[in-house]
Design a protein around this ligand. Sequence first.
Ligand code: SF4
Ligand code: SF4
Length: 392
Amino acid sequence: MSKHETFRREGDDQSGIEVTDQFARFSQKNDIFSRAFWDDTIRSKHTAKFFSSYRMEAAPRRGDGFTQRDFALRNAAWLISDIMSERFAGKGRREGFQAPISCDTPVARDKLNVEDPALMAQEIKKIAAFFGADLCGITDFDDRWLYENRIDVRDFSDAPHDLPEGLTTVIVLGHEMDEDLVATYPSALAGAATGRAYSHEASVVMQTAAYIRNLGYEAVPSMNDTALVIPYAIKAGLGEYARNQLVITPEFGPRLRFSKIFTNLPIAHDTPKPLGVRAFCDICTKCADACPVKALPYGPPEVGGKNSSAIKGVRKWTSDAEKCFGFWAKMASDCAICMRVCPFNRDFSKTRHRLWLKLALSRFRRFALWLDRKRGERVKPGTWWENKRAQR
Ligand code: SF4
Ligand code: SF4
């Protein structure tokens, strides 16, 4: 067996995942947000301003979308996520971002006997929805996507994940971002959509994991920490990878975030469901065109990327994370223009958008792209505030 084959796994073709012989597990230390703390080529006055802007006294003021109330809403939206991630930061664990979330619920001594893994999968999806997840898919614990280590945030050194033995499964949860706020990217106001999704996902993923632990099984809740969630989301059948580096789902397009639970619960796994997004992205460059710093690639997927923040040995569309984060830092807020302008960023609960989706995923995709030509314009953040006032 060649080295190339050792990195391949059953189901990769169906997922559209192409791993080559240069593959190496990603070191989270090279994640651009981690590099902003230890890598002098990234660390700058802008990165310091970016992180400190999440405290009101350091939030800059720059007019529409960056006023006091825009930052006030964004920072309030992050509150629950911040409380969760900071509670053990003094011990080096910034949970949900650089370490898995500590389990507040012990694994019950009595194990529930699971006779039918398929029924258990239905049950977990119901429970995840009950706690507020918008999507739920289940896949195998594929260790290729685990980060090499976790990070001790006291000195940004490597530390072990300390995951329990015998994990077999990853439950992936999807959390929708607010459509009206996403329409105002780039702005601090739009960052409230990100913060709210993180705060929600913290509670949903912790509560769903607690339920599984109460059944007598291991369940480790995780957000951006421990492993790359995108390959798991694709393998769990939730959507397909796109040029803007996001997973396009039939329910929310790219407008959502993902969390995950590592578990040994006996449960049926989902399978990848290729939709036809790859073929659409092949004829569309709206995200790459709209990116203000040209951080997204044109052309077909390639192996590797422009710098150390790209995973090695995976053929995919990869952004230039240094350019991307440089823009976030200058703006003192996150950016998702590439999410906003994507033709799949629609409300698929509406019939006309479901019809468009059918067209986009068929051989009439060029017509679907043409129909989209006038969509994706930025909504002025002030309009969002006016609309909300009018609704009262
Ligand atoms: S988030 Fe913004 S800066 Fe980054 S790739 Fe997308 S459009 Fe470009
Ligand atoms: S904007 Fe176009 S190319 Fe970019 S992810 Fe969306 S569909 Fe694909």
